[in-house]
Design a protein around this ligand. Structure first.
Ligand code: ATP
Length: 810
């Protein structure tokens, strides 16, 4: 802590900045209100100021320019209103705590050092030059995160600036008052960080701007590589750093990057609500947040019903071991692999030569163009043309065929029938439609006049010439009506062709899962999973029900892309993938194709890989590194965990031998193992523990189960034993709230609780080695307290632990 004199000076400086903020706010506030009123008024009176006269060319031009002028004036005012509004908001955000850090920096060649105060946004004095507060994202502020006092430097667009940092100070300011001030000498944040980490969990993730650590800063400011991979231990701040990174990018590229050009892929919809306040807290708009499931469903359209990743994991966790189970598991892994991607690529080449499957174009129970004819046409194209381009040629050909067929169809009986059934009203309506459509065409206008429509039905009694004219006109109307009827019926056919419905894409995917020899022939694959026959049976059976396994979604869409050409989103510039270890190489490939202009940031932890299709993000041979190539990829590792106490980290680290995780020194209670004799006793003990934890001040508590069924069971047991309100979280839950919640481990990914209660850590619940990481993930959600229960034998993961790591209660 600093001394009295310095404290006073700091408080005076704070008062000065606060006063300046207040006066700037009171100056700008009326301006903002005034501009807002002007804009509203302007919009209301927009057309009053414009003279519209289109009688002559000159009048028309004048009207055009007067609209343009009005528009320019309006957008100018909107822009200055927007800019001032932004400034006002950022000053109001600064007011309660204008800055959190200070560095004094003496640049090389200068004889004095300048204090740099750092806050969530910049604040410049009335002279327009002196920065009273620097935004944390400015180049100079990076030294605050990267250096201790001593030699330091920062990068600017003009080059590197070196010098000496003579002081580094942290502030805890609340309501405009200095609460605490720390001078740091080694690494930043230790004291302030201690204080921040000692606090309880929140219903929303918090911004970590005041205590960003050096290795996290490297993630936030890395703006060079196409692919940034962050392999970070549980609680090491991957998600936090990702959100700060988005804020940094929005600031650095504020002229060209908009929030909707950044997409964050989250593990589940509830997680979106958990992280949604960080960017607004930093004064930025939220980026797009979604889940990969949402994307896959969107791209699949209504073709097939997709299993959700949570249904897949529930199957993995709840089914008994059997041949079918093992085959599914191995199928999931194979379908996620690069080998399968390669097989698909080879399959597409094979399809270029043979085996394409088409669907006949059918109309009214008739085959207009048979699948065989389409296939013949397809294979008549030059085989050197890419598959997807040949499909485009084919599409064009089918549309042409439809035009010819449509012409012939106009003479069909059914058209005459429909024509006969048109009543006068419909006839007249159709006629009007025709008039509208053809009113530009002189020829038609010549023969059709509105009089004819009005006189329809009173034709008798006219002269011969007139009658001839009328006959001719009637024939023409009839011809046009026939055309209209047929083209109305053909429209859906044409739309289907435009949407490539003439390709039997489900059949093509299904065909891949043929016997081993055929599969080899189509794909050149040599290494095929042992349970291939069973994998094929399961996949085909699912497809025959119009459904798709989760693991099949990305491969299916890739095949669709090879055949139909790529769909792309070129607007998005940054894709963030959180919990990246749970994505398959296939899904990454899909995202890369989908967002060709985006840089990718993948954050994950292979120790928390709970899905069988997991990808190891950081091993040398990782498919993720190969995605953009070594040169375009940067890998950063985080090992320090900021979430859990040292005792909890020591316990969880021992659960997963070899895991790289270092606790941030914060000591509290050891995890507690509570053995009870039956479920009723467990409920009774849990209720007592919940009450104790709440009395200690822990407001966010997670009762974590293995499956959804176990969550429901726990919820019912606790509620019927008289528990206070708690929330049962399911895959449909959209919001994360404070309080006590019961949640399956796979949905608790990415979130954290003050206290975690593992509902059943018995041997019969966590018995497969493949569930170790799930169990580890559940335990690592705890910040301050971890309690585990069993009604019998402990899971082998716990049995093998050193007894010093926990407190056992009988
Ligand atoms: N530099 C920091 N300053 C203060 N708090 C931090 C910092 N880094 C991380 N934290 C805190 O540590 C906790 C864990 O962070 P976060 O959820 O971002 O980690 P994660 O690596 O994404 O975790 P997991 O993979 O286990 O979900 C959060 O409470 C976060 O606020």
């Amino acid at each position: 802590m600093i001394k009295g004199n310095e404290w006073q000076q700091e408080q005076q400086r704070l008062d000065l900045v606060t006063d300046k903020l207040r006066s700037a706010i009171s100056e700008i506030e009326p301006e903002v209100v005034g501009l807002r009123d002007q804009v509203t008024d302007f919009r209301k009176r927009f057309w009053e100021e414009v003279s519209i006269n289109t009688s002559t060319h000159e009048d028309f031009e004048e009207a055009f320019y007067s609209i343009r002028q009005q528009e320019t004036l309006l957008s100018e005012r909107e822009r200055s209103h927007g800019q001032r509004m932004q400034r006002l908001k950022s000053m109001k955000r600064l007011l309660p705590s204008p800055y959190f850090g200070r560095i004094d920096f003496q640049e090389e060649g200068f004889s004095f050092s300048e204090p740099i105060y750092i806050g969530v946004s910049s604040f410049v004095d009335v002279d327009g030059l002196s920065f009273l507060v620097y935004d944390w994202r400015t180049p100079i502020a990076s030294m605050y995160y990267d250096y201790s006092p001593g030699a330091s430097a920062y990068d600017t667009p003009g080059g590197r600036v070196a010098g000496e940092m003579t002081l580094k100070r942290q502030y805890h300011i609340g309501d405009g008052k200095l609460k605490r001030v720390f001078d740091t000498s080694v690494t930043i944040g230790d004291e302030l960080l201690q204080e921040v980490l000692a606090q309880g969990a929140d219903s929303q993730m918090k911004s970590i701007v005041a205590t960003i650590q050096k290795e996290q800063n490297a993630i936030i400011r890395n703006d060079k590589t196409r692919m940034l991979i962050v392999q970070g231990a549980a609680g090491s701040g991957k998600t936090s750093a990702a959100l700060q990174r988005a804020a940094y990018l929005l600031y650095k590229h504020r002229d060209k990057l908009k929030a909707d050009q950044i997409v964050l892929f989250s593990p589940n919809p509830m997680f979106n609500s958990y992280v949604s306040t960080v960017l607004p807290e930093l004064g930025e708009e939220n980026m797009q947040q979604t889940t990969i499931q949402e994307y896959l469903v969107y791209w699949l359209g209504s073709t097939l019903e997709l299993e959700s990743p949570f249904e897949q994991i529930e199957y993995m966790l709840t089914s008994l071991s059997s041949q079918a189970y093992e085959a599914r598991r191995s199928g999931v892994q194979y379908k996620a692999s690069e080998a399968f991607l390669h097989a698909l690529q080879q399959y597409a080449i094979w399809l270029g030569k043979e085996g394409m499957l088409f669907r006949s174009i059918r109309f009214q129970e008739r085959e207009l163009i048979t699948a065989e004819r389409i296939q013949l046409q397809f294979y008549s194209y030059d085989p050197t043309i890419r598959l997807a381009n040949r499909v485009l040629l084919l599409q064009e050909w089918i549309l042409q065929q439809l035009t010819l067929l449509e012409r012939k169809e106009q003479r069909a009986h059914w058209v005459q029938d429909e024509l006969d059934y048109l009543d006068n009203e419909q006839y007249a309506e159709a006629y009007r439609e025709l008039l509208k459509k053809y009113k530009q065409e002189e020829e038609v206008v010549l023969h059709m006049n509105e009089q004819l429509l009005d006189d329809y039905g009173q034709f008798l009694g006219k002269g011969e010439d007139e009658e001839q004219d009328i006959d001719f006109a009637m024939q023409e109307i009839e011809g046009l009506l026939r055309k209209m009827i047929v083209s109305g019926h053909y429209k859906p056919l044409r739309n289907d062709v435009k949407r490539f419905k003439f390709i039997d894409i489900i059949g093509l995917y299904d065909q891949l899962f043929s016997d081993e020899a055929a599969y080899r022939g189509m794909t050149n694959e040599t290494v095929i999973p042992e349970q291939w026959t069973e994998i094929c049976r399961q996949t085909k059976e699912k497809l025959s029900r119009g459904e798709l396994f989760y693991e099949d979604a990305a491969p299916f869409l890739c095949l669709k892309e090879f055949v139909e050409g790529t769909r792309r989103n070129t607007n998005v510039r940054h894709v963030f993938v959180d919990e990246g270890q749970d994505y398959s190489p296939f899904q990454f490939y899909f995202l890369k194709q989908l967002f060709p202009r985006a840089n990718m940031t993948v954050l994950g932890d292979f120790s928390q890989a709970i899905f069988p299709q997991a990808t190891n993000l950081s091993e040398l041979n990782s498919p993720l590194i190969r995605l953009y190539g070594q040169e375009e990829t940067n890998l950063i590792r985080l090992v320090r965990s900021y979430r859990s106490t040292s005792e909890i980290v020591a316990f969880t680290k021992a659960l997963l031998p070899g895991v790289e995780i270092v606790p941030f020194e914060r000591s509290e209670e050891k995890p507690r193992l509570i053995k009870v004799s039956n479920p009723a006793e467990r409920v009774e003990r849990m209720l007592a523990h919940l009450a104790e934890l709440k009395a200690e001040g822990f407001a966010s508590i997670g009762v974590i189960t293995k499956t959804a069924a176990e969550s429901r069971e726990a919820y019912e047991a606790l509620m019927s034993a008289g528990s206070e309100a708690m929330r049962l979280i399911t895959k449909e839950t959209l919001t994360f709230e404070k309080g006590t919640m019961i949640i399956p481990a796979y949905l608790a990914k990415g979130v954290e609780f003050d206290a975690v209660l593992i509902y059943d850590a018995s041997a019969h619940v966590y018995d497969r080695e493949s569930e170790r990481k799930l169990f580890y993930t559940a335990c690592t959600r705890a910040m301050h307290r971890l309690l585990l229960y069993t009604t019998g034998e402990w899971t082998p993961f716990i049995q093998s632990l050193d007894a010093n790591l926990y407190e056992a209660e009988g």
